[in-house]
Write a protein that binds this ligand. Structure first.
Ligand code: HEC
Length: 171
């Protein structure tokens, strides 16, 4: 046998070992869903599924590389720890405000995840939409501006004109 052929065989065996280890040494579980979520809108659900649910629910879409060592260890660890911290399928520690904070800080979804899931890499508009959706679905205050006044709505002209002679100053 030529040296090249031996190297190829070793390579193939090596890959097979990684696949076997990735499958056997790590458990890819999807336990039952025991809590139904009443999403405020399909868009919220879609954004949450794209960005959060793989690690924070029991409906994980296990990617192919999660079955190959050493990626398998990293993915399974993230999912297990994510479910422990917050599991939308069981209601464990589900707090809207906490979610919103994590999103605003850029801590969630985990940056390593967005590398491999471009649709989880939310732009500013999607983030705002997701935050509003989380508020509507789970409660919690948005970050922007903190507590207090709902600031004056500026700029919506046009519709006035009813009722009292309230002095409308120009501008
Ligand atoms: C790649 C897996 C992964 C994704 C995707 C992910 N998370 Fe997490 N999340 C984790 C892990 C792991 C933890 C626990 C350890 C930590 O905080 O890093 C966690 C913790 C949290 C916590 C609890 C924080 C705390 O300090 O108790 C919240 C809330 C959270 N995530 C919200 C989200 C939201 C909202 C999204 C989607 C925008 C999201 N996560 C996406 C893995 C993930």
């Amino acid at each position: 046998m030529s040296r090249n052929r031996i190297l190829i065989i070793l390579g193939v065996v090596g890959v097979l070992v990684l696949v076997v280890v990735g499958n056997v040494a790590t458990a890819h579980t999807n336990p039952p869903v025991t809590t139904a979520i009443h999403w405020n809108s399909p868009e919220t659900e879609k954004l949450m599924c794209a960005a959060c649910m793989d690690c924070h629910s029991n409906e994980t879409r296990w990617p192919w590389y999660s079955y190959i060592a050493p990626m398998s260890f990293l993915v399974v660890k993230d999912v297990n720890e994510g479910r422990e911290a917050m599991n939308l399928s069981t209601g464990v520690e589900v707090e809207g405000e906490e979610m919103i904070n994590e999103i605003e800080e850029g801590a969630m979804p985990k940056p390593v995840y967005t590398l491999l899931h471009p649709d989880a890499n939310l732009n500013a508009g999607q983030k705002a939409q997701l935050i509003a959706g989380i508020q509507a679905t789970f409660g919690g205050e948005g970050g922007e501006g903190g507590e207090g006044d709902e600031g004056g709505e500026s700029g919506e002209g046009g519709e006035g004109g009813e009722g009292d002679e309230g002095g409308k100053s120009g501008g």
